[in-house]
Ligand binder design. Structure first.
Ligand code: NAD
Length: 440
């Protein structure tokens, strides 16, 4: 018999006194969850619980600069939900990091882990900092001080950070080392799984660096037939050429697809015959951006021309809110595969829907990163190291099953793939709440 749980909760008023902030990323994320609750008829208390993070931590901490002065930095860790397992989510270093954005990113992590059926909850963190202003030593001191400020709020079975924009394997190695050195009882000495996305030498997994891009490729292979597209003939554009963008380009081109246009914070490039991906990647490693890249047939273009370039799939893999109403009208593509989180504003999303452009949501598309993070965590717990073939196989299996769940839900509920993905996630969370009940 299905357990029945009735809990009186005070729900936010349906008619707020002040109009909602249309630019709030968290508001946008909550809207998507509310829509999913409607679709799957989730109980009101599940909607209310998912509408707020469980814990919000804000820390201010000093860091010694190389010239001997001190600067105060602000850091965040939002733990949105842990009904499915320990909190899990990346750490972002960026000057625009804000409480509202981190709350949204944490909520999306809850949805992503639920959709993937990973035994993790959702979290996100960040520090408001421009890493280009810091030396490597200053970055290390900032990371160690931030980790110590997080203290017991993180832990290998409690809350497990990972890399995000502005952070990488080196930062994760420093976080892990700081955690172990500030928890000096013997029980913590082997706890390298307090963070994932570490370097392989420090307990990281094979395939973690490319995981998000590889996952996007697996999702597209599974769902391109929905819009009658073939991978071997695919033409795609990339907004953002960092970790996600570059590895997506590599994975898709290995399957025969062509990168027609790419744009980052410094330049936009178009080549109708296909941009040379390895040379482009090397140029970004050497020079920090796409600016100044030259090759036969490649032209530098304006942002508007970049967005208007005809392509089959447009892949935003940069920051949030980049596709607004105007850019959604400029796009000339059949599908948007969200490589980055929250790339589309609510008004941009309305335009895409009206124009019949299919959107593959970030909680499905970019879930390769957290999936291989989970595999790293499992390997660390078991004290083993898997080869790349095994990691890729597990990633493929996990993400393809999730893509199929989304396709089935889209047909069952007669909604688009984006709404279906949130529906599948909320269904799984609801099922767990119904089984576990609410403490006490
Ligand atoms: P990154 O820092 O490696 O790359 C970001 C890219 O965005 C860079 O190419 C940068 O030039 C570009 N960019 C920044 N501002 C821009 C602007 N105004 N216009 C055009 N391009 C701009 O970050 P990443 O790790 O590749 O992450 C990108 C997105 O993917 C983020 O939303 C992140 O949360 C999400 N994500 C990352 C991972 C991961 O494993 N790295 C996993 C899941 C989701």
């Amino acid at each position: 018999m299905t357990p029945r749980v009735r809990i009186p909760v005070e729900l936010p008023s349906a008619k707020p006194l002040l109009p909602a902030d249309p630019d709030s990323l968290f508001g946008m994320a909550v809207e998507a969850v509310n829509g999913a609750c409607d679709i799957v008829k989730a109980p009101e208390y599940v909607r209310a619980i998912l509408g707020q993070p469980k814990n919000e931590l804000m820390v201010n901490f000093p860091v010694r600069r190389d010239d001997g002065s001190y600067e105060i930095f602000k850091g965040y860790r939002i733990q949105h939900n842990n009904i499915l397992g320990p909190y899990k989510g990346g750490i972002r270093y960026h000057p625009e990091v804000s409480l509202d954005d981190v709350k949204a990113l944490a909520l999306w992590m809850t949805m992503k882990c639920a959709l993937m059926r990973l035994p993790f909850g959702g979290a996100k963190g960040g520090v408001k900092v421009n890493t280009r202003d810091l030396s490597s030593n200053e970055l290390m001191r900032l990371t160690r001080r931030f980790t110590s400020a997080l203290g017991n709020h993180i832990g290998p079975d409690h809350d497990i950070p990972a890399p995000d924009v502005g952070t990488n394997a080196q930062i994760m190695d420093w976080m892990m080392d700081t955690y172990i050195n500030t928890h000096t009882d013997g029980a913590h000495q082997g706890m390298v799984h307090v963070v994932t996305g570490k370097s392989v030498g420090c307990g990281g997994s094979e395939g973690r660096e490319k995981a998000t891009g590889q996952g996007i490729c697996y999702v597209l292979s599974e769902l391109l037939p929905e819009v009658n597209l073939k991978m071997s003939k695919l033409r795609f554009s990339l907004l953002g050429f960092g970790n996600v963008g570059a590895f997506t380009a590599r994975a898709l081109s290995a399957e025969g697809a062509k990168l027609i246009a790419a744009m980052d914070h410094a330049a936009a490039l178009v080549n109708p015959d296909g941009l040379p991906i390895e040379e482009l990647h090397q140029h970004v490693i050497d020079h920090g951006s796409l600016a100044g890249f030259k090759s036969a047939g490649t032209r530098e273009v304006s942002p508007e021309e970049f967005y208007r370039t005809p392509t089959d799939v447009f892949i935003p893999a940069a920051l949030e809110r980049m596709i607004d109403e105007q850019k959604a009208n400029w796009l000339d593509c059949r599908m948007v595969a969200e490589g980055g989180n929250g790339p589309t504003t609510p008004r941009g999303a309305e335009v895409l829907q009206r124009r019949g452009i299919v959107v593959l949501p970030a909680i499905l598309c970019n879930a390769g990163g957290v999936t291989v993070s989970y595999l790293e965590w499992v390997q660390n717990k078991m004290g083993v190291h898997w080869d790349l073939q095994r990691v890729d196989h597990e990633l493929h299996r996990t993400i393809v099953l999730a893509a199929r769940r989304v396709r089935v839900a889209a047909h069952r509920y007669e909604v688009d793939l984006s709404r279906a993905a949130f529906g599948v996630a909320v269904e799984h969370l609801t099922d767990t709440y119904l089984r576990r009940g609410i403490f006490p």
